[in-house]
Design a protein around this ligand. Sequence first.
Ligand code: PAN
Ligand code: ZN
Length: 179
Amino acid sequence: MQIKSPKYIYDFFNGVIQGENVKHYKKLYKEIDFIYKTRDNQLSPDTVMYEVYSFNEGGSNILLWGLTVIYPITINGECNMTRGHFHEDREEPEIYFGCSGEGLLLYLDSQGKIFAEKVFKGSLHYIHGNYAHRLVNTGDDTLRVGACWREAAGHDYKSIDEKPFPNRVYKKDGKIDIA
Ligand code: PAN
Ligand code: ZN
């Protein structure tokens, strides 16, 4: 029997996934400045707000494994977060799991009902297909969250742009404030 090296390395300490087919992108402030309540003119437009790694092995029923790395930045007191989305196919769920840092996972249904779960190293989250999901970094360190979902899920950002998450998360004097 041949023993092979793994094709992918999940480097928890440095917050990267390495391997041949790994896709990686950086989300810059200028690309998502509209998701925050206010604009911070002190923040460079090229500031990396978060990074996303993912890979899949192809095939007809593609399963993706991902990692989101969200930096501890505040925008006039508002905590940094992902853009947030529904899955295009509202039947497709996703699993998130906390790897490092502290945050909140916001869930929003199509009726506008919202709730959140705390995210920390070892937390595990099952996101049913009918919930939009957004990660918020509430800590002083980088928040790293793993994810597993099917390619068939797709991403629907438009619904969130039209009907945004009703609550925002702020950090004032080290205390979290949800407004
Ligand atoms: C994640 C997200 C990732 C970035 O992989 O795509 O955390 O968030 P936005 O896509 O909202 O910018 C996921 O939920 N995939 O389905
Ligand atoms: Zn998703």
